[in-house]
Design a binder for this molecule. Structure first.
Ligand code: 9QG
Length: 153
């Protein structure tokens, strides 16, 4: 699976980037993110959200945040009515400062599955109905070369 399979691609977006997920999210769909972690990265984050309002801030179905400072980890969470829920922290970090990566978010009916550089990393159970998720954001200490949306059939 690569960005070559994508139906929609966004190339070299200015960070922070927020844009629509073409057609919304459905089981079987895949989002591919190719980028490079900044050499001085403390963290970056990918957010799949229900809308793009900033005041009040839209709900975030998946907040995926690799963290490089202190004990390296990936924190996942959801934002509901402007409040963060319980963090799901994986004490494992497949990203390296200054290094290129490919992250794949696989959409399932009940979970998101995330893989990095070809290896499964984590699963995150939906806390917000999938059919409300329509915006993709990425921000923090990262460069993005391509975002690809691969439909489910
Ligand atoms: O820190 O943790 C995830 O649980 C918060 C951060 C917040 C999230 C959250 O401040 O930061 O990572 O989107 C946000 O507000 C980000 C940038 C307990």
């Amino acid at each position: 699976m690569s960005v070559a399979n994508a139906k929609h691609t966004v190339l070299n977006p200015v960070i922070p980037y927020t844009g629509p997920i073409p057609g919304g999210l459905h089981p079987g769909e895949i989002i591919i993110i190719q980028g490079t972690v900044a050499p001085d990265a403390d963290r970056f984050q990918i957010d799949l959200s229900s809308g793009c309002s900033t005041k009040p801030r839209s709900d975030v179905a998946l907040h995926f945040s690799p963290r490089f400072k202190g004990s390296p980890c990936v924190v996942c969470n959801s934002l509901l009515q402007e409040s963060w829920g319980k963090e799901e922290t994986l004490h494992q970090l497949p990203y390296k400062r200054g290094a290129p990566f490919e992250t794949i978010i696989l959409v399932h009916e009940d979970i998101f599955k995330v893989a990095v550089n070809g290896a499964h990393l984590l699963e995150y159970k939906h806390r917000i109905p999938l059919n409300t998720v329509n915006m993709f954001s990425i921000s923090g200490k990262v460069r993005v070369h391509a975002i690809g949306y691969i439909p489910n059939s």
